[in-house]
Design a protein around this ligand. Structure first.
Ligand code: PLP
Length: 432
């Protein structure tokens, strides 16, 4: 049971469009490892890691200690004007990890601001307000980022001044080229990119912004090499590539530290947030120095890269690397994908199982066909919650279960989640 009075107060004072999961929303009051506990004392295995924010799990001593040590200095003010040692150190590490030559880093408080910054840099550097983005993408909730977002569930009310052309390649399961082989799919999407560029823009486009694996859009994985093929076209025109790594960064996809590496491409800029602070508010952009330094006006973020967030982020990065969590994501991701494929065989409401590492989407459809079923997704969420498992939801039609547990997940927890998902999907299948 949730606290009905708190739900009513939330609804009265917070915006209608702030989504709450579940018929009876949960108030989380404690968390540890991969588990969260609600106000009623119920404990759940969190298979959404907050919102992919708690990359390494909850209540990690190394991270809490680093944050506490910074709090104990009494210094928790601005991110600019004065030197902040942890900010410089974190920037050096991210520049190095990025693989971008001569890279510089700017810290923000969120993924939205990171993408706003990247778009500001690209449009300034290229002196153009035209941008390419992917259909079904999500890049944030401010003016430019809503403008480039290619999913109407999140972008319908935008009056953004950015001029955008949308290209195929984001949501293969349901796009026009879905039946093609990988190689033909890459070719068809690249032809589409060229067509969008030549027929809907004046050609002097600033950037293509893309998620290597779409997150909010339902964990859609394009064939490896898609962005390498896109990059050839972009290079012909001098167009920058911005990789939105807000969900795919920090090794979550298992194979690589950054999602774009699956395509053998080094972007001109990458944006990041979510997992870096393990729940603390931090994001940023890493870009080639000439792009980063292309703006000549002043530009600051009062809190972006503040001492507390950067201390916590440094400790998170250490933890991720010291424990080879990318390797763990690869190993347990395959285990989950295998188990989910078997569940899909038994239940025809599972239309598609896809993903990489610990970013796995299960697309639910109406029984006997392939029409998207948001009702089945909502029903499965209620069933898993009742059995002690929290999962995410998304996709253009809100019909995709999104599984993205903390990267410290154990084999036993993976199997527990598979058992709960198997039962929950079977219950919904029975009623379908
Ligand atoms: N980019 C991607 C790929 C995201 O998934 C999100 C958030 O879900 C954002 C940007 C926006 O990040 P934030 O919510 O931190 O502003």
């Amino acid at each position: 049971m949730s606290d009905a009075e708190l739900v009513a107060r939330h609804r009265a004072v917070l915006p209608r469009w702030m989504a709450l999961y579940y018929r009876e929303p949960i108030e989380i009051v404690r968390a540890s490892g991969r588990h969260v506990t609600d106000a009623g004392g119920n404990t759940y295995l969190d298979f959404f890691a907050g919102i992919l924010t708690n990359a390494v799990g909850y209540d990690i001593a190394e991270i809490s200690d680093a944050v506490r040590a910074q709090l104990d200095t009494g210094v928790l003010h601005t991110s600019t004007l004065y030197l902040i040692r942890s900010q410089v150190e974190l920037a050096e590490r991210i520049a190095e990890l990025s693989g971008i030559d001569d890279a510089k880093v700017f810290f923000t408080n969120s993924g939205t601001e990171a993408n706003e910054t990247a778009l500001m840099l690209a449009t300034q550097y290229r002196r153009s307000n035209q941008v390419l983005a992917m259909r079904n993408s999500y890049h944030g909730r401010a003016f430019a980022t809503v403008g480039v977002t290619g999913n109407r569930g999140w972008s319908a009310s935008s009056l953004s001044p950015v001029k955008v052309g949308y290209v195929h390649g984001g949501y293969r399961y349901r796009d026009a080229f879905s039946r093609l082989s990988d190689a033909d799919y890459v070719k068809a999407c690249t032809d589409d990119l060229r067509d969008v560029l030549q027929t809907t823009t004046s050609g002097d486009v600033a950037a293509l912004i893309a998620e290597p694996i779409q997150g909010v859009g339902g964990f859609n994985v394009p064939p490896d090499g898609l962005f390498a093929s896109f990059k050839e076209v972009l290079d012909e025109y001098g167009i920058l590539l911005i990789s939105d790594e807000v969900q795919t960064g920090w090794g979550r996809t298992g194979e690589h530290f950054w999602g774009m590496q699956a395509h053998g491409v080094t972007p001109d800029a990458m944006t990041f947030a979510k997992g870096l602070g393990n729940g603390l508010a931090i994001g940023g952009v890493v870009a080639r120095a000439e792009v980063m330094d292309s703006i000549t006006a002043n530009s600051i973020s009062t809190f972006g890269g503040n001492p507390v967030a950067t201390a916590g982020a440094k400790a998170t990065l250490d933890y991720l690397l010291d424990h080879d969590l990318q390797g763990n994501a690869a190993k347990l991701g395959s285990r989950l994908l295998g188990g989910l494929a078997a569940i899909g065989e038994r239940n025809d409401i599972v239309g598609d199982v896809r993903g990489k590492g610990l970013m796995i989407g299960v697309e639910l459809v109406e029984s006997g066909g392939d029409r998207p079923s948001p009702d089945h997704a909502a029903a499965v969420l209620e069933e898993t919650r009742a059995r002690g498992l929290l999962v995410g939801k998304g996709g253009l039609y809100n019909n995709v279960l999104r599984l993205a547990p903390p990267m410290t997940l154990t084999e036993q927890e993976a199997d527990e989640a598979l058992a709960i998902l198997g039962e929950s999907i079977a219950v919904v299948q029975e009623g379908a």
